[in-house]
Design a protein. Structure first.
Ligand SMILES: Cc1cc2nc3c(=O)[nH]c(=O)nc-3n(C[C@H](O)[C@H](O)[C@H](O)COP(=O)(O)O)c2cc1C
Length: 344
């Protein structure tokens, strides 16, 4: 995959699935591609894990062909180890390498990885150059707006990335210090985009398809990245396409039962392609509980889910629940705290 081709794909479908540890695994990425995400990225993978040939790390790098274009996200403080890890990603046939420069987690930051690398754009440029030299596939980065309110420097980081040969910058509109509190600063993202020599993907708090299209248009970004939004509404990507094609598109008033009858068994199938029963069970429980957000009796449903054993039983429980609430339209729960921690 060339950089030009990757950007062309982004322009054709600007709705990108955000990397999320424990969530955007191989089955979920396939599921979201089928549901309209244009580009998908793995959860973060440790460059040290690759260096030590850890089986669990290689497992995280697995992807299926139907996910292309697929980026594998790496993190680590040492540019030489990162360069070797990036080369391993290329050998495994991924379409691009993404670097995590947004992780706020103390364990990662203390070692100088994740968002810690944002503090010195001069050093960052050399770090990225070293990684870029090791691969022919595109290199992309995902950052935060800065380290804290005193150091909001995404524009400097974008310039450093440009000089190092990076293909795009995805910006989560919060500083490292903010964690997941407050709101993503889309005005700042738009300002950075206006001056950027590189394509910019905006990210943060896109909970609905209307918001996805509005953010894309008003920020001027080349794409938007959606994370938590697709965990409540897995059709957010498809809906956003419809709205982008026609401002006044009337989104199909599909009741949850109809949509879930079609897609939950498919998700279960994608899980069983690779995961064992235990893992399938865990994921089906987790995702069904998130998908129930904003529907009535969801608390009762979640309690029941966590008492149900066996992936097929969980699937049936979920299908029964969505049938039961099929007369309802999902309520807006975007103001409620939801997954307020993660690696980017
Ligand atoms: C549970 C969870 C795990 C995450 N893991 C990663 C990760 O591995 N790499 C990364 O760059 N960002 C990670 N993030 C951050 C998201 O990619 C995204 O930047 C953030 O959630 C804001 O976007 P959203 O409001 O659309 O969710 C994670 C977020 C969450 C909630």
């Amino acid at each position: 995959m060339t950089s030009e081709k990757l950007i062309q794909i982004l322009k054709a479908n600007p709705f990108v699935l955000a990397p999320m540890a424990g969530i955007t695994d191989s089955p979920f990425r396939s599921f979201m591609r089928e549901q309209g995400a244009g580009i998908v990225i793995s959860e973060l993978v440790s460059s040290h894990g690759i260096e030590y040939s850890s089986g669990r790390t290689f497992d995280l790098m697995h992807f299926d062909e139907d996910q292309r274009p697929i980026g594998i996200q790496l993190f680590g403080e040492d540019s030489e180890i990162m360069a070797r890890a990036a080369s391993c990603v290329e050998e495994r046939g991924a379409d691009f390498v993404d670097i995590n420069l947004g992780c706020p987690v103390p364990k990662v930051v203390k070692k100088g990885a994740g968002s810690a690398l944002l503090r010195d754009p001069g050093f960052l440029r050399k770090y990225l150059e070293t990684i870029k030299r090791a691969i022919r596939i595109p290199l992309t980065i995902k950052i935060r707006t800065g380290w804290d309110a005193q150091c909001i420097n995404a524009d400097d980081v974008v310039r450093a990335a440009h000089d190092a040969g990076v293909s795009w910058v995805a910006i989560h509109g919060r500083t490292r210090a903010q964690g997941y509190s407050g709101l993503a600063d889309w005005d700042y993202i738009a300002q950075v985009k206006a001056k950027s020599p590189l394509p910019i993907i905006g990210n943060g708090d896109i909970h609905t398809s209307h918001k996805a299209v509005e953010r894309l248009k008003t920020s001027g970004c080349d794409g938007v990245m959606i994370g938590r939004g697709c965990l409540k509404n897995p059709w957010i990507f498809k809906e956003a396409h419809l709205l982008l094609a026609n401002d006044h598109a009337i989104l199909e008033d599909v009741r949850p039962a109809a949509r879930f009858q079609a897609s939950l068994p498919r998700f279960r199938e994608l899980l069983s392609r690779r995961a064992d029963e235990r893992y399938s069970q865990l994921q089906l429980r987790k995702f069904s509980a998130w998908f129930a957000s904003g529907y009535p009796y969801s608390r009762e449903f979640k309690t029941k889910l966590f008492k149900t054993e066996g992936a097929d039983n969980i699937l049936n429980e979920a299908l029964g629940y969505f049938e039961r609430v099929s007369a309802y339209v999902q309520a807006d729960t975007s103001q409620e705290a939801f997954l307020m921690g993660g690696h980017g």
